[in-house]
Design a protein around this ligand. Sequence first.
Ligand SMILES: Cc1cc2nc3c(=O)[nH]c(=O)nc-3n(C[C@H](O)[C@H](O)[C@H](O)COP(=O)(O)O)c2cc1C
Length: 360
Amino acid sequence: MKFRRAQSIYITIQNEEICIQNFLKNKIISVTLQEFSLILAMEHWVDVEHLAKVLNGKITEEDIINIIYKLIVCGVILTEETQEEDVHYQENWDWGLKAGAYHFALKNTQFLTPNSEGMREFADQIAQKTVEDPSPVLFSLNKNKYDKVYAYTVPDFDKGIFKTIKRRRTIRHFDVERPVSQVDLTTCLYAGLGILKFKSIRPMGEMPFKMTPSGGGRNPFDAYVQCRNISGLPNGLYHYSAVEHSLGLVNDQNSPTPAAILAEQLWIDEAALVVFLVANFDRTMWKYAHPVGYKAIMIEAGHIAQNIILAANELGFYGSPTAAVTSSRFEEMMQEKNMNKSCVYAIALGYALENAEELV
Ligand SMILES: Cc1cc2nc3c(=O)[nH]c(=O)nc-3n(C[C@H](O)[C@H](O)[C@H](O)COP(=O)(O)O)c2cc1C
């Protein structure tokens, strides 16, 4: 049998130990120098005999097999049977280790859930830190910093678009009795993702333009909507086609609940709908091989979400964002296995309870 090293690994030194993490598998192990030298020798397919030669007989074949077994379990070393995901990564992920490690290692994040022991500990830590090492100031001043400071009267934001912008608030108390209409739902999606026109850009051809800016015009986002209380529309997960302005039913199952994907934040289950913004990395990667493309996509998610939220505000309801997405769970629901397609941001939308505390 032959073995090789996985591509999706990075190596760090922690407490004088060599640690190797396979970020696709989310597994980390510490290795000895001897094990490390074996890993170094496994760039290409090799067998145990070859490895014994590389180590000049300093280690028996039986010990090599034991080490290899341990490394296979952690995904550091692959066999032909276990290499599928790694091959996929090699062939499809152009942004290299830096962006790959960041993206894939975070996909399965287990967030602290409200009311959990971990969350209580976190709250205690913050309380203690506030006393011992207070937070930095959350704004900055020009006064006493710059010689010339020009001060202005704060604008009146009580008309038109400004009034809508000013109304934006993250609420966590939705009215479960009040559905959102299909027109209002799709209006919000249109504000964030709707394609207004195509323009021919040489040499690439027709490119879509929308109301939110897009790095290189690559339009990497799709929206999937988990509809839970939309008048006249069966509950389920829908895909929004921005070019058709249509919703396609992906599945009509009611599980997992949005909260199960979004760090058990149960208030999200009270929203009429949740928009999941799903990045198609391929669209951006095709043009930009540099991992800054990844950053551009994350920024674009914010632009799209903001337009969706503001459209909801204009129509009388609210949108509340969350980055606490366990993408791997969402991807199961999406029923599409594609390493280069991932949910990075979500917005819960619905009418506020009359006395929602955030609005006071
Ligand atoms: C990127 C991002 C992620 C957020 N994630 C969460 C979240 O997981 N849960 C939550 O309750 N609020 C989340 N929020 C909302 C913030 O808590 C909220 O914006 C902040 O408290 C300020 O309140 P405001 O939006 O009403 O101005 C998020 C906001 C942003 C911009």
